[in-house]
Design a protein around this ligand. Structure first.
Ligand SMILES: [Zn+2]
Ligand SMILES: [Zn+2]
Length: 168
């Protein structure tokens, strides 16, 4: 886990601190599937800016996730660029003026990075934008073996529709 100790910074209002650090990333769950960051450690840029009323944190990094394609379950690779911000008020009156990643002047960069990646993910991860997926009838991968099944073996619901259309 990567964390950052703020105590040694001693920033005054108006001052900022930039730091390049290596952040450990954990695997992600999305739609019941597991996606693994490769490599597990990424270089990130952390900026801590002190304002009169609080402290602003910015974190930027890129990562590459490997896991199954949502449609065909083949290998999918996704590049994710993250630019996240958190704010901690000096004397917070409301919960939204605090960041959950800051505990006892210790910033949990790994937890923040993990959540930031999760927010940056698309709804589905595909091996390629036009992935044809698996055949709903026989389960074969339609990217490797494009095919159609003859209509006579088609879905009985379609046959019912056809019959209906003939009558109209
Ligand atoms: Zn696919
Ligand atoms: Zn098929």
């Amino acid at each position: 886990m990567t964390s950052f100790n703020l105590r040694r910074l001693k920033l005054r209002p108006g001052e900022e601190h930039r730091e390049s650090l290596e952040v450990d990333l954990e695997p992600f769950e999305l739609g019941g599937q597991r996606y693994v960051p490769v490599p597990e450690q990424v270089p990130a840029e952390l900026v801590v800016s002190r304002a009169t009323t609080g402290t602003l944190f910015s974190l930027a990094f890129g990562t590459r996730l490997h896991g199954p394609c949502y449609r065909c379950l083949g290998d999918a690779v996704l590049d994710v660029e993250v630019a996240a911000r958190e704010y901690q008020a000096s004397s917070p009156e409301a919960e939204e003026l605090t960041t959950p990643y800051l505990i006892n002047d210790q910033l949990d960069v790994s937890a923040w990075a993990r959540d930031a990646v999760a927010l940056a993910l698309p709804e589905t991860i595909l091996c390629r934008a036009d992935c044809a997926g698996l055949c709903p009838e026989c389960g074969k991968n339609l990217n490797e073996e494009p095919h159609e099944h003859a209509e006579e073996h088609g879905d009985p619901r379609w046959e019912a529709l056809e019959a209906l259309r003939d009558r109209l």
